[in-house]
Design a protein around this ligand. Structure first.
Ligand code: HDE
Length: 698
């Protein structure tokens, strides 16, 4: 396991905020800490930071105490406004390596050149919750990537779902006001399960498709590592010859797409609100890097802006992969944790307008509004127009703009002529006619109207396509999610109205939800007719995937087969998975050199942390109630459970049927047993147990 880095000592050398030569001062300015002694912000060394300057030991504090005033004043201003959406986030540094397959569609060097490596910073987020809210709530996840390319920064500010609630950016404040906590009591936090959300989406039916994704397992990812990412909008890529294609960006997780189950997500929100953030940081620190392939669906730019009848400017629609396969462009690996949360994760500023030559936006009216919002929001959040000078936001190429002054200016600009044309600074900076960014000329004409194309009026077909493409189990999860969320609403009329929406998507689903709510099925409405299914939308896999980043708990005591535990740990570590010892008390189990350090006890272990829990052979203690709950939750959530040798007795005593579906059993922790465990982890869940669980068999 990698050792934790000591603060600042190996921090990267600061770079000058601009490409303009500023002398050494530019570099020194950005250095936050140096030397070993405590100083004031002015570099004055201090002998005492624990006592304020007072008139006598029992006297009042003196106004003269500049150290007290500086310390408190700075503290008073430590917070900045949290993001108005996507406030809760976690991030990591990494590298993107191009497969070199993009050259035929884009001149963007970081995609076109084979083997080209580009540094990146990725921030994952939930949308609705505040900065301190829980990670595992049901919500869309943000997946924002900053590529520090040789041609300037490119930001791909995407989500883990390919569609959005609204077709026009002017509706963004409406959907967010409806989803955020209700304004009178400011509850519920980070939840869509409340009246204002369902009031809005039941009236505003273009949200239906995205709501289906939110109610599906995609709304509760297992880990950032197991999330797909999407650019959502249609982009225009232009190659060196000036030919253009329309594309949809995809991030394909190497670990596969996997989710939590709803009860697990709820427990995790209380037991470990940092569930995803911890998983990300721990995995990187352990060297189990997170990986995705970046790909595009390539569609003709033939002037129709449609593909197979799908309007490519409508962000509530996606293009099924069966119609346009995803072509892979390169691999992303997240391999370095941020050094400082505030400086990096909080201050990073993404913008859909951070583009590089070869990548352009389209007329999607949602995208167009975003082109305004992302720059604007940083002015409030980061306190002025110079946020691109913050270390995390600086391009890794020279910058030579003519932007000057303003709040929080940290650059020392040279020259006298920040204007063009000029003769006083030798005519510089020069424009680059050959390689500079140009928008592909596109003809724009039309009357100024507040209106949508007719095709934007179909709000239900793709929601039905999504729902019907999933397996019955995934469909059952959607029905359960709708029933849960609507069940949390107070207004009967809102529930009834949402049922009329569901009835127009899929009558069977509507009937299930109506029954769960105890409401009549609406009549006189027609569901979407037959649709071409897209099996690629299902997350359930039949071939085991990689297990890097997974956690396996092993229940032991002094009598257990600790040699078997060690063999298992060694095999799992090789695959990037971690084994944690769960014993009756903290400290040590076993004797001397053959003993093991205990990592969890029944008090500190909860099922949500583990992808599998096993009982080691020889384990003799009768399970206490917490261990019973641990094993039963594992079983109920369809995760791998098992035992080797007589460890099976602990399972049986906990009410887990030793011959139950997906329950692993071996004579010893030998290769065969370990291989079975790895395969079970690679399948993510023992879904064949789901029917039993749903029937409350355990
Ligand atoms: Fe955002 N969005 N958004 N959004 N968005 C922000 O920018 C906005 C939309 C997304 O980790 C804000 O710096 C408008 C779609 C992510 O820092 C803000 C509209 C998609 C993040 C903003 C949208 C996104 C944001 C808040 C409708 C998926 C987190 C703070 C026109 C493709 C970025 C900030 C991070 C953040 C506005 C719609 C993704 C206010 C007006 C669609 C991942 O500018």
């Amino acid at each position: 396991m990698a050792t934790r880095r000591k603060p600042d000592q190996t921090a990267p050398e600061p770079v000058s905020p601009t490409g303009v030569k500023t002398g050494d001062l530019g570099a020194v300015d950005s250095r936050a800490q140096s030397g070993n002694h405590l100083t004031t912000a002015q570099g004055l060394r201090l002998p005492d930071t624990d006592h304020s300057l007072k008139a006598g030991e029992r006297g009042p504090t003196l106004l003269e105490d500049f150290h007290l005033r500086e310390k408190i004043t700075h503290f008073d201003h430590e917070r900045i406004p949290e993001r108005v959406v996507h406030a809760r986030g976690a991030a990591a540094h990494g590298v993107f390596t191009s497969y070199g397959t993009g050259a035929s569609i884009t001149r963007a060097g970081f995609l076109a050149e084979k083997g080209k490596e580009t540094e990146v910073f990725v921030r994952f987020s939930t949308v609705l919750g505040s900065k301190g809210s829980a990670d595992t709530v049901r919500d869309t996840r943000g997946f924002a990537t900053k590529f520090y390319t040789d041609e300037g920064n490119f930001d791909l500010v995407g989500n883990n779902m390919p569609v959005f609630f609204i077709q026009d950016g002017i509706k963004f404040p409406d959907i967010i006001h409806a989803g955020k906590p209700q304004p009178d009591r400011e509850i519920p936090q980070a939840q869509s399960a409340h009246d204002t959300f369902w009031d809005f989406v039941s009236l505003h039916t273009e949200a239906t498709h995205h709501v289906f994704w939110n109610m599906s397992d995609r709304g509760i990812p297992r880990s950032f590592r197991t999330m797909e990412g999407f650019g959502v909008h249609t982009f225009r890529l232009v190659n060196a010859a000036g030919e253009s294609h329309l594309v949809k960006f995809h991030w394909k997780p190497v670990a596969g797409v996997h989710s939590l189950v709803w009860e697990e997500a709820q427990i995790a929100a209380g037991v470990d609100p940092d569930f995803h953030r911890r998983d990300l940081a721990d995995a990187i620190e352990a060297g189990a890097f997170l990986e995705w392939d970046l790909g595009v669906q390539v569609l003709p730019d033939d002037g129709t802006e449609t593909f197979e009848g799908i309007d490519l400017l409508d962000p509530t629609k996606f293009v099924p992969e069966e119609l346009a396969p995803v072509q892979l462009l390169g691999r992303l690996a997240l391999n370095r944790n941020p050094t400082n949360y505030f400086a990096e994760t909080e201050q990073v500023a993404f913008h859909t307008g951070h583009l590089v030559p070869g990548i352009e936006v389209t007329n999607d009216p949602l995208m167009q509004a975003r082109m305004f919002s992302y720059l604007d929001t940083q002015l409030t959040r980061l306190g002025g127009p110079n946020f691109s000078q913050l270390p995390i936001n600086r391009p890794h190429v020279p910058v030579n703009d003519m932007l000057r002054d303003g709040m929080h200016q940290t650059a020392i600009h040279t020259g006298v002529a920040p204007y063009r044309p000029n003769s006083l600074d030798g005519g510089l900076p020069a424009v680059d006619l050959e390689n500079g960014y140009v928008q592909t000329p596109r003809r724009i004409e039309g009357n100024a109207v507040r209106a949508n194309p007719l095709s934007f009026e179909d709000h239900f077909t793709q929601a039905a396509l999504f729902y019907r493409s999933l397996t019955p189990l995934e469909q059952a999860h959607i029905a359960e999610a709708f029933t849960f969320e609507l069940g949390k609403c107070f207004e009967q009329s809102i529930k009834e109205r949402e049922l009329t929406v569901l009835a127009q998507v899929d009558a069977d689903l509507c009937a299930t939800v109506a029954a769960g709510l105890g409401l009549p099925m609406p009549t006189g409405l027609t569901e979407v007719g037959e649709v071409e299914l897209s099996p690629a939308l299902s997350q359930i896999v039949e071939v085991p995937g990689p297990i890097a980043g997974r956690k396996i708990g092993v229940i032991v005591d002094d009598a257990s087969d600790l040699g078997g535990v060690r063999a298992m740990r060694k095999a799992l570590l090789k695959l990037g998975a971690e084994l944690l010892i769960i014993a009756p008390t903290g400290g040590f189990v076993g004797k001397g050199r053959s003993g093991e350090t205990v990592q969890r006890t029944p008090l500190t272990a909860r099922s949500i942390e583990f992808d599998a829990v096993l009982v080691a052979g020889g384990t003799a203690h009768a399970p206490d109630i917490k261990t019973v709950v641990l094993l039963q939750e594992m079983y109920r959530h369809c995760k791998a459970v098992g035992a080797w040798g007589d460890g099976v007795e602990v399972l049986t005593a906990s009410g887990i049927p030793a011959d139950g579906p997906g329950v692993l059993h071996g004579d010893s922790a030998d290769k065969t047993f370990i291989a079975e465990l790895v395969a079970a982890l690679g399948l993510h869940r023992a879904w064949d147990r789901a029917d039993l669980v749903m029937a409350n068999a355990v």
